[in-house]
Design a protein around this ligand. Sequence first.
Ligand SMILES: C[S@@+](CC[C@H](N)C(=O)[O-])C[C@H]1O[C@@H](n2cnc3c(N)ncnc32)[C@H](O)[C@@H]1O
Length: 231
Amino acid sequence: MNQNTLSMRLERVAAHIPAGARLADIGSDHGYLPVALLLRGAIASALAGEVALTPYHAAMRSVRDNGLEQQATVRLANGLAAIEPGDDITVVSLCGMGGETIRDILDAGKAYLSGHERLVLQPNGGEQPLRQWLMDNGYGIVCEEVLRENRFDYEIIVAEPGQAAVYSPEQLYFGPCLLAARSPAFLFKWQRMLRQKQQTLANFGRAREAVAQEKIEDFQRQIEWISAVLA
Ligand SMILES: C[S@@+](CC[C@H](N)C(=O)[O-])C[C@H]1O[C@@H](n2cnc3c(N)ncnc32)[C@H](O)[C@@H]1O
């Protein structure tokens, strides 16, 4: 993967970034997503935010090597603190991190958002607490995708402010749009998850040390929900 050839995962993220956007890609690593979108002329400007020095320098190099210094800014900052008022950001992407990490970045950095930005999120697990945060903070989930690449299932969650909705526990777990669409990729993911959860529950029964009843009941509830969706 590089700025010319994105992974399928980042290609699908890119599909949810509207043409002409002013993008803030937080946790950008090499900056492949914003640089690829600028090279295609798909967005107006980009900010790549990084908390760690090595990826920050990698993103700087990607911008410089592609002669994009006029349209792209790279900032070393923790989470949304990379965004400055004059940036006039319209889309914030947070990809390739755990859902809880993305939630914590959003929660800690609310003050840096104008309240008008589309959020394009690609959590690696932890989707449920992330959706909970979106609901609790007045975001509506307008689109979701699940895709499989390199033997991993990735979810993409697109949220917009001012579209507040109340989601059921099952919708927060599976994703409201994914649950409604029931795509083949979604069904495959949950077939695999069902097998994994059933195996884990069986292992609980064989464990040397007693597993907390609460944890067993949580797994049983998840298995019931997944079985109902696949029925
Ligand atoms: C696994 S990489 C994902 C890179 C890219 N977004 C992608 O999806 O391919 C996660 C990146 O997020 C950065 N990161 C983690 N926490 C961060 C934070 N609080 N603020 C900014 N960047 C962060 C890490 O330094 C790392 O480069």
